[in-house]
Write a protein that binds this ligand. Structure first.
Ligand code: ZN
Length: 243
């Protein structure tokens, strides 16, 4: 009886492992080639020939293996792909000690995703807020995977259950400036940034936040209750094509 149970567990693990491998084949062996095509809008759209971001880079890492390999949510438009990677390269110079985390982008073929109302046509990206404890970066809570979306911050940017950890608004601003620059070089512009409304004054108080404001990079002015509440652990960026 006991032997039988053990055998069943082994079979279960084998099948689960094989399923994981099969689901991950596009991420493990896929190639980015040609140009992507965004159809429709961020709320009702599709993505053709989406580009997959690398899981790791010199100063960044994707936040969840499940989102990456199983849900196929690390795909984006080719121009956004180049924009994101170039911006991280800029950050190697402008904030050399920071390791960033990239959160969800779009599904391989676009369309509806589990926890997002937008992100449908490969022109939206979520970036995890960089955090600090005192003067140094705090990466402890960066490792929560999809659970990171559930973290809550106070109106001044402190993590609710560990207030010694706060959002590093200065680094966030430097990253947004780098994105803005890279977007321009790739035929795009930042259409809008979503950050919880109550956090914006703290963001704009930093040097880089001031520059973001001076450049006229648009931050949402108001958001409905739920949408506002969830944009504290990450900032969402929508890109659009420059004509
Ligand atoms: Zn988003």
């Amino acid at each position: 009886m006991y032997q039988n149970g053990k055998k069943k567990i082994k079979w279960f693990l084998l099948i689960a492992g094989l399923t994981l491998v099969v689901f991950s084949i596009p991420e493990l062996f896929g190639r980015n080639t040609g140009n992507s095509k965004s159809l429709g809008s961020v709320r009702d759209g599709q993505l053709e020939n989406g580009y997959l971001l690398p899981y790791h880079g010199a100063n960044f890492c994707y936040f969840s293996p499940m989102s990456y390999y199983l849900l196929d949510n690390a795909y984006t438009h080719s121009n956004v792909y180049h924009t994101i990677l170039e911006a991280y390269r800029t950050c190697e110079e402008t904030c050399p000690d920071i390791r960033f985390r990239l959160m969800e982008l779009s599904h391989k073929t676009g369309g509806q995703m589990l926890i997002h109302r937008t992100h449908q046509n490969g022109l939206s990206a979520d970036f995890m807020v960089p955090k600090k404890r005192g003067k140094s970066q705090s990466r402890f809570y960066d490792k929560l995977g999809l659970w990171h979306y559930l973290l809550e911050f106070t109106e001044t940017g402190a993590l609710t259950f560990d207030r010694s950890v706060t959002i590093d608004f200065e680094t966030m601003g430097k990253h947004i400036l780098a994105l803005d620059q890279a977007a321009q070089e790739n035929g795009l512009r930042i259409k809008k940034v979503l950050l919880r409304i109550e956090l914006k004054d703290d963001f704009y108080q930093t040097e880089s936040g001031q520059q973001v404001k001076q450049k006229g990079i648009y931050f949402a002015q108001s958001m409905s209750g739920w949408t506002n509440r969830v944009h504290d652990d990450h900032y969402h960026v929508d890109f659009e094509f420059r004509n």
